[in-house]
Design a protein around this ligand. Structure first.
Ligand code: SAH
Ligand code: SF4
Ligand code: F3S
Length: 447
């Protein structure tokens, strides 16, 4: 009997919002009889869920599309789709259409839930479909989902961004801020807890402005208070929070919580007030440092991480030194570092640019400084006994288990595979640049 199963390969680029959208694509496709596979070979459908936050992400997709042409020639029945943030830019959608005419389906971030209908249309008309909604139209709930992980789940609590940082394309491709209703979020979380999920990460471009658009006097701190009550969930994380909207009430709610993890990803972007202003970040260096101080005062063992950018237009050596100084003062546990990249249509694209070689030299200095601090911070953890949620065996060494602390640090230690999915206590023996090594000391009775 011929193999009647249909296979889909989805490649995801960009942030967790896209990863979560891919889980929705996979869920809807599963209902249509598709099995998700992790390679292009033998696929009946290939979908690229794209990102456009930097040029490198876009070039990867164009490169891949070039290579997919051959697969399409070999198998004309293969369906190729491109979705996500790239096609939300009109000129890019057109470019894909013209340069890669073999692509069957192009859609954007606002109509992910329309995939089944669009596929049906392709089947009926045998013609390509290009459907990108230029603006958001409310939130679609109760869409099937096929989650990648059995232990940790992503839950989108809001879509879009209103901040318009002058370098950033995200508000243009993700639309304005829309918060999901609290009851929809809580139902999803209760369902996850019933399925055995232990950890959830609440997602949004700016989670701490959650609720502002709902006009029901209910905000991110209120949501955290209600999520805390969902039985079975052990750990609550969230990303990303904007430093400008992080208020004392939120800090107090997190400090009082048993489940919200002591990890704060607070993108600083820059340490110079002049640059922060040009970026339209809405906080000063002093306000940012005060926030870190307030968090550490209320929640002493907090881990702080950030996104930091170098080479924003007009950034002088002195501005850059301010960024290095901020990094030295905060002493981040880790940081994602980026070289500023022009995104057309954003205000910063028209400002005076910093030469490439200057940007490259600056990022190297920044990375070196941050790496030293990360290692020093990890060495500080030596001797501590930390709670670890065991994720399974490590990728490189099958004898060892890996998991994460509440501060989101990776821990590697010896132990039996059966501990996967459990919360254990691990004594840290060695701090390494990107992880902690330890030994198992205690397995909690029923968690
Ligand atoms: N909403 C999140 C981040 C979204 S994008 C926040 O505000 O923190 C993730 C990171 O990509 C940003 O924090 C920023 O550091 C980086 N980024 C965004 N646009 C960029 C650009 N044009 N060039 C380089 N890095 C950029
Ligand atoms: Fe981009 Fe700024 Fe919005 Fe983050 S807050 S997504 S950096 S515009
Ligand atoms: Fe990229 Fe879109 Fe996320 S541009 S960073 S995938 S919101």
């Amino acid at each position: 009997m011929p193999d009647m199963k249909k296979y889909v390969y989805i490649q995801t680029f960009g942030c967790q919002m896209n990863e979560r959208d891919t889980e929705t694509l996979a869920g809807m496709l599963e209902d249509l009889g598709y099995f998700q596979i992790d390679a292009q070979d033998n696929a009946d459908m290939i979908i690229l869920n794209t990102c456009c936050v930097r040029e490198t992400a876009e070039s990867k997709v164009f490169g891949l599309l070039g290579r997919l042409r051959k697969l399409k020639v070999a198998n004309p029945n293969l369906i190729i789709g491109v979705c996500g943030c790239m096609p939300q830019q009109q000129d890019v959608a057109k470019k894909i259409r013209h340069s890669f005419p073999f692509v069957d389906l192009i859609f954007g971030t606002h109509n992910v839930h329309e995939l089944p209908r669009m596929l049906q249309q392709i089947q009926e008309t045998k013609e390509a479909v290009l459907e990108v909604w230029s603006t958001e139209r409310g939130i679609a709930e109760n869409i099937p989902v096929r989650r990648k992980d059995k232990l940790k789940a992503w839950v989108t609590i809001m879509y879009g961004c209103n901040n318009f940082c002058t370098y950033c394309i995200v508000p243009y491709v993700r639309g304005r801020e829309r918060s999901r209703k609290p009851e929809d979020i809580i139902h999803e979380l209760e369902d996850l807890a019933r399925q055995g999920y232990k950890e959830v990460t609440l997602l949004g471009q700016n989670v701490n402005s959650y609720g502002k658009d709902l006009n029901i006097n209910y905000y991110f701190a209120d949501l955290l208070i209600n999520i805390e009550k969902v039985e079975g969930l052990e750990r609550i994380r969230f990303m990303t929070s904007h430093p400008r909207d992080f208020d004392q009430r939120l800090i107090d709610v997190i400090a009082a919580s048993n489940k919200v993890c002591q990890h704060f990803h607070l993108p600083a972007q820059a340490g110079s007030n002049r640059v922060l202003k040009l970026m339209n970040r809405g906080y000063s260096r002093e306000q940012y440092l005060k926030l870190i101080q307030d968090i550490r005062k209320a929640i002493p063992d907090s881990s702080i991480t950030a996104d930091i950018m170098v080479g924003f237009p007009g950034e002088t050596e002195e501005d850059f030194e301010d960024t290095l100084d901020l990094v030295r003062q905060v002493r981040y546990d880790s940081a994602f570092t980026f070289i500023y990249n022009i995104r057309s249509g954003t205000p910063a694209a028209k400002m005076e640019q910093v030469p490439e070689e200057v940007k490259t030299a600056r990022i190297q200095r920044l990375i070196e400084l941050q790496n030293n601090i990360s290692l020093e911070n990890n060495i500080q953890d030596e001797g501590k006994i930390l709670e670890v949620l065991v994720e399974g065996e490590t990728k490189t060494n099958r004898e060892k288990l890996a998991g994460r602390t509440r501060t989101n640090k990776l821990v590697v230690f010896e132990g039996p595979m059966e501990l996967s999915g459990r919360l254990v206590s691990v004594k840290i023996n060695k701090g390494r640049p990107n992880l902690l090594e330890g030994e198992l000391v205690l397995v909690s009775a029923n968690k």
